[in-house]
Design a protein around this ligand. Structure first.
Ligand SMILES: [Zn+2]
Length: 706
C-alpha cells in the first residue's frame, strides 16, 4: 500500500519516497472529486451526515497526505521531492479553487444551515446541529459569499475580472519594489566614510564591489547591507544618501519611472472598493474584517487611536531623550530621519550593553525544554512525555500529551535543529486534526489513532490531534549541549503556544477544531501569550543553568534584558500604529478620485508620528504587506493580537503566573474551544470582560501614572 494512502494512525515516514507522491495525490483527488459529485447529485434533502461529513472525510484525507508531502518538502528537501511537490501543486490548487466555487455544494450548505435554524425555532431535537457544526457551516457559507458565489452572472464575470487584475497589480507592485531595490548600488571609495561599521559589513561591501569588478565598497538597499549603514555608519552623508534611496523606492522620485507604484496603488484601491461594492459592502475594510475578530472598521480605528493616544507621551519622551543624547554625545544639532537608527544604537549601547552570547550560556537545551514543560504542565495540568514514532530525521523527537488522568490528548514532533535542506524559520503545522469519528457512514478511511475510552455524551471515537513543531536552533556540537539565545527560547515558547492551541482542543468538528476556523487576528493569541513566560523572573530561575558553572541567570543581567526589551517602546508602538492607520483609512474613507495616498500618509503622520519625516519620504510606495500581500485592512492585527495576549497573561499575573486554576480556565475557554465560537466570546468567557490595552503598554514599560 502507498504509505500516503494509509491513514491508520501517524504518518508512515520511513516508507515514504518522492515517487509515491504523484500516484497517491492523484488518487485522493479523484476520490474527493467523486465524493463531491455524488454529494451534489444526491436527490435527498441535504443534512450534515449526507453532505458535510463525506466532504470532510474526503478532503481531510487529501489534506493529510498533502500535509505530509509539504512538511517533508520543508524539512528534508531534495531535488526529487521538490519536483514531486511542485509537480502536484497546480493540480491541488485547482482542486481547492473548484471546490470553493462549487455552487451546488454552496446551495446545500445554505439549506442545511437554514434547516438547522428552523429546527431551533421549533425546538425539535432531531437533526439539530451542534454549535460547532453551525459555526463551521457559517464559515463555509461566508467564504463562498466573499468569493462571489451569490452574484448574478454578469457581476460574477466582473468580480472575476477584478480579482485577476488585482492579483496582477499586486504582483506588479512587488516587482517594482524588488526591481527598484535591486537596481541601486552605491560605491564608497573613501575608507573614512566606513567609520563605525562592523567588520563583517565592511567585508561584505568589499566583496560586493569586487563582484562588480570595482575597487572600494558597495552598499545596496538589501537589508543585510542597508541596515548596518543606518545603524552604525558614523558618516551622516552616507546615511542620508542611503536613506533617501530607500524611502523613494518605486516612487516618482525613484531611479526609474518604470518602477513607479503611484498609479498601481491608486488602481489597487479603486478595484478593492469596486469588488467590495459588488459584494454589498461599503468598503474593502468591511470585506477584510468579515473573517476577523474585529467587527467594524470603526472599532479598529478607535482601537488604534486609543493606542496612539496612550503610547504617544512615551514616544515623545523617547524622542526627547534621543535628541538630548544626540546633541550631547554625537554633536547633532538636529536628529534627522536618517540619524534615528544610528543615534538610537549609540544610546542603547551606552545604557544597556550586554552580550547576547553571555546570555546564551545560561540556556542549554535540556534546561530550556524542561523549563517549558514545567510551565505547560503547571498551568494546564497535562503531562508531556517522550514517546516513539517514525520520523524523517534522527534528531526529531516525539512526545505524548496526556491529561491528568493519563488519557492521551495529543502528540507532537519536535524538529529543533537547523540543518542542510531544511527551510529556515520556525513554525507549527497540523499533522492530524482532532475530530469525532463514527456513527455515520462513509468515513471508514480516516481512523487515526483513537482514544476509545472517550465516550462522553456523543457517540463515536475521538481522533486525537498531532502537531509538527519546527525550529532552526543550532545543533549540539563536539559533545556540548545546544545553547539557545534568549530569542530562540522566545521562539520555542511562541511555537509551542500554537501547538497547544492545536493539541488541547476539545472540538469534535474538523472545520473548527484546533486552529482551524480561528479568526486571523486572534490566531496569535495563544502563541504570543506563551512568550510572556520568557520574561518572568520566577520562570527563568528554573529554566537557566550556566553551561559551565550551572548557576541560574543573575538578576542584574535579567534587569538589563528587560530594560533593553522596552527600549524606545513608545516610538516603536507609534510607528506600527501609523502604518496600521494608514492601511485602515486607505481602505475605508479614502476617495481615489479626490485624494492621494501621499496626502493621506501625511495626515496620518501629522496625527500620530513624533519623528519628522522628510518631504521626500514615499513609504506607501513600498508598503508590500498592504499593497502586495495579504495584510490589506489587516495590518492592525499585529497590535490587536498583542493586546489580547498581554491581557490574557495579566490574568495569570494577578493570580501567580503558574496558577493552575487560571490555567485551567484559559485551557477550557480559549485553547479547548478553537474556532468553534467567536474569539471575542472565548476571550470574554476567560477574562470576564472585553480586552483592555493597558496590559500591553505595561509589559512594554509604558506604565501610566495613576
Ligand atoms: Zn505565530
Amino acid at each position: 500500500m502507498n504509505p500516503l494512502l494509509d491513514f491508520s494512525g501517524l504518518p508512515k515516514f520511513q516508507s515514504f519516497s518522492p515517487e509515491l507522491v504523484k500516484p497517491a495525490i492523484e488518487q485522493l483527488i479523484v476520490d474527493a472529486e467523486q465524493t463531491v459529485a455524488e454529494v451534489c447529485a444526491a436527490p435527498a434533502s441535504p443534512t450534515w451526515v449526507n453532505v458535510v461529513a463525506p466532504i470532510d472525510d474526503a478532503t481531510e484525507r487529501l489534506g493529510r497526505a498533502w500535509g505530509v508531502v509539504g512538511h517533508l518538502n520543508a524539512v528534508v528537501n531534495s531535488t526529487a521531492l521538490r519536483d514531486a511537490y511542485n509537480g502536484m501543486l497546480p493540480t491541488i490548487t485547482q482542486f481547492w479553487t473548484q471546490l470553493s466555487q462549487n455552487e451546488a455544494l454552496f446551495a446545500k450548505y445554505k439549506q442545511i444551515r437554514a434547516s438547522s435554524d428552523t429546527y431551533a425555532l421549533n425546538t425539535a431535537p432531531i437533526g439539530e446541529l451542534s454549535s460547532a457544526q453551525k459555526r463551521s457551516l457559517d464559515n463555509e457559507i461566508r467564504d463562498f459569499r466573499l468569493g462571489g458565489a451569490e452574484l448574478s452572472v454578469a457581476d460574477k464575470a466582473r468580480f472575476q475580472a477584478i480579482q485577476e487584475e488585482l492579483s496582477t497589480l499586486m504582483s506588479k507592485f512587488n516587482d517594482n519594489v524588488l526591481d527598484a531595490t535591486n537596481a541601486f548600488g552605491h560605491i564608497v571609495v573613501d575608507e573614512g566614510e566606513l567609520a563605525g561599521l562592523p567588520e563583517d559589513a565592511v567585508e561584505a561591501a568589499r566583496e560586493l564591489a569586487a563582484a562588480d569588478g570595482q575597487a572600494g565598497w558597495k552598499f545596496t538597499l538589501q537589508a543585510p547591507s542597508y541596515m548596518p549603514v543606518m545603524q552604525y555608519a558614523a558618516c551622516h552623508a552616507l546615511r542620508e544618501l542611503m536613506y533617501r534611496a530607500y524611502v523613494t523606492r518605486a516612487s516618482e522620485l525613484g531611479a526609474s519611472a518604470a518602477w513607479d507604484n503611484t498609479a498601481v496603488i491608486k488602481r489597487i484601491l479603486e478595484l478593492r472598493a469596486a469588488s467590495s461594492a459588488l459584494l454589498g459592502f461599503r468598503n474593502y475594510a468591511e470585506v477584510s474584517l468579515a473573517a476577523k475578530m474585529a467587527e467594524t472598521p470603526d472599532e479598529v480605528i478607535n482601537f488604534l487611536s486609543e493606542m496612539a493616544a496612550k503610547s504617544r507621551p512615551f514616544a515623545v519622551q523617547d524622542w526627547r531623550e534621543l535628541q538630548a543624547f544626540a546633541g550631547e554625545h554625537l554633536n547633532m544639532v538636529e536628529v534627522n530621519a536618517w540619524d534615528v537608527a544610528y543615534a538610537s544604537e549609540k544610546l542603547r549601547q551606552q545604557r544597556y550593553a550586554f552580550s547576547d552570547n553571555d546570555v546564551k550560556q545560561y540556556f542549554p537545551e535540556a534546561k530550556v525544554i524542561a523549563g517549558l514543560f514545567r510551565v505547560v504542565e503547571s498551568i494546564y495540568g497535562v503531562k508531556l512525555s517522550r514517546s516513539t514514532a517514525q520520523t524523517w530525521h534522527k534528531d526529531v523527537q516525539f512526545y505524548d500529551v496526556r491529561d491528568h488522568d493519563g488519557t492521551l490528548i495529543g502528540q507532537f514532533y519536535f524538529d529543533l535543529y537547523a540543518r542542510e535542506n531544511k527551510r529556515g524559520g520556525a513554525w507549527m503545522d497540523d499533522a492530524i486534526n482532532r475530530r469525532r469519528i463514527g456513527g455515520t457512514e462513509g468515513n471508514s478511511g480516516t481512523v487515526g489513532t483513537s482514544d476509545t475510552s472517550d465516550t462522553s455524551g456523543t457517540s463515536g471515537r475521538v481522533q486525537h490531534p498531532v502537531a509538527f513543531m519546527t525550529c532552526n536552533f543550532p545543533a549540539p556540537v563536539g559533545g556540548r549541549p545546544a545553547l539557545f539565545t534568549h530569542d530562540d527560547v522566545i521562539t520555542l515558547f511562541h511555537e509551542f503556544g500554537h501547538g497547544l492551541h492545536q493539541l488541547l482542543t476539545e472540538v469534535d468538528e474538523l472545520g473548527v477544531s484546533g486552529i482551524s476556523g480561528v479568526e486571523w487576528d486572534a490566531v496569535e493569541l495563544p502563541s504570543q501569550f506563551m512568550e510572556n513566560f520568557c520574561w518572568e523572573w520566577d520562570v527563568l530561575q528554573h529554566m537557566t543553568a550556566h553551561v559551565e558553572s550551572g548557576e541560574a541567570l543573575p538578576r542584574s543581567l535579567f534587569d538589563k534584558m528587560i530594560a533593553a526589551k522596552n527600549f524606545q517602546a513608545g516610538m516603536q508602538f507609534l510607528r506600527q500604529i501609523e502604518f496600521a492607520l494608514l492601511d485602515m483609512v486607505a481602505h475605508t474613507s479614502f476617495d481615489v478620485e479626490t485624494d492621494t495616498i501621499l496626502a493621506l500618509a501625511e495626515r496620518v503622520r501629522h496625527e500620530v508620528a513624533v519623528i519628522k519625516y522628510p518631504h521626500f519620504n514615499r513609504m506607501p510606495h513600498a508598503f508590500g504587506h498592504v499593497f502586495g500581500g495579504g495584510y490589506a485592512a489587516g495590518y492592525y492585527s499585529y497590535k490587536w493580537a498583542e493586546v489580547l495576549s498581554a491581557d490574557a497573561y495579566a490574568a495569570f499575573e494577578e493570580t501567580g503566573v503558574l496558577n493552575a486554576e487560571t490555567g485551567a480556565r484559559f485551557r477550557r475557554e480559549v485553547l479547548a474551544r478553537g474556532g468553534s465560537r467567536p474569539a471575542m466570546e472565548s476571550f470574554i468567557a476567560f477574562r470576564g470582560r472585553k480586552p483592555e490595552i493597558e496590559h500591553l503598554l505595561r509589559h512594554n514599560g509604558m506604565k501610566l501614572a495613576a
